[in-house]
Ligand binder design. Sequence first.
Ligand SMILES: [Fe+2]
Ligand SMILES: [Fe+2]
Length: 273
Amino acid sequence: MIPLTQMATDVLQTADGAEKTALSRKYAAEWFASREAGAPIEIGTAAPPLRPARPQKPALLDPRDVPRRKPGTPEGRVAMLHAVAHIELNAVDLHWDIIARFGGRVDFPIGFYDDWVKSADEESKHFGLMSDCLANYGAHYGSLDAHAGMWSAAEDTADDILGRLAVVPMVLEARGLDVTPGMIKLFKQAKDTAAVEAMEVIYAEEVHHVSYGSKWFHFLCGRQNLDPTPTFHGLVRKYFHGALKPPFNEEKRAEAGIPPDFYWPLSESAAVR
Ligand SMILES: [Fe+2]
Ligand SMILES: [Fe+2]
């Protein structure tokens, strides 16, 4: 069995979405089987690519050049599903990247790997769910263009595990908790039950991904004797460009271990930054 960090690198180097997510799920199952058997796969160390392999389509455009479509139309719903599929595929890579890049280099308890392998597995499932929803409209991942630049948070924090945890799960994925209820409402109005059910699965599981971020962020702060709140603010200001956008999903953020004094001081409406 190859080391976990090499498995992670293999996923990152697989371009096709369906192949990437299938490999991701296979490796996740192998990891958890090894844990169950009491003989965990070795972590090792790896040399992951700075950017993951991606399919030829969708074309990745500057966000300003991605056409906007009305959310109340079928075209708008396809665009939304496609955008979420893109986010999910990116998330698969993000979660394996944290393992490939920091695994074996930062000293973590084995539970750290359990959390990120589980997250990567769930993101792979989410990509599949969105692909199925797109198929209901005769579309597929790659049939529209997508946003470029989603990987920049990973590149910026390639050498900074605290920065990575602050920006990826605790800012970007937490933002998902803020916006998903609105999307669910939209698909409910359109009576697209399949999309509603898929988004409800995503919504429930994403809370855990944010909570893993908070858990390991606090763990590392504790080990380094850092005060978590100002440390978080400093890292987000360093690596995340722009203010956080209210309204915040305070309930789900609280459930995920992100208290209001983490995000309000960084928000658009905060007077002092
Ligand atoms: Fe997801
Ligand atoms: Fe996630």
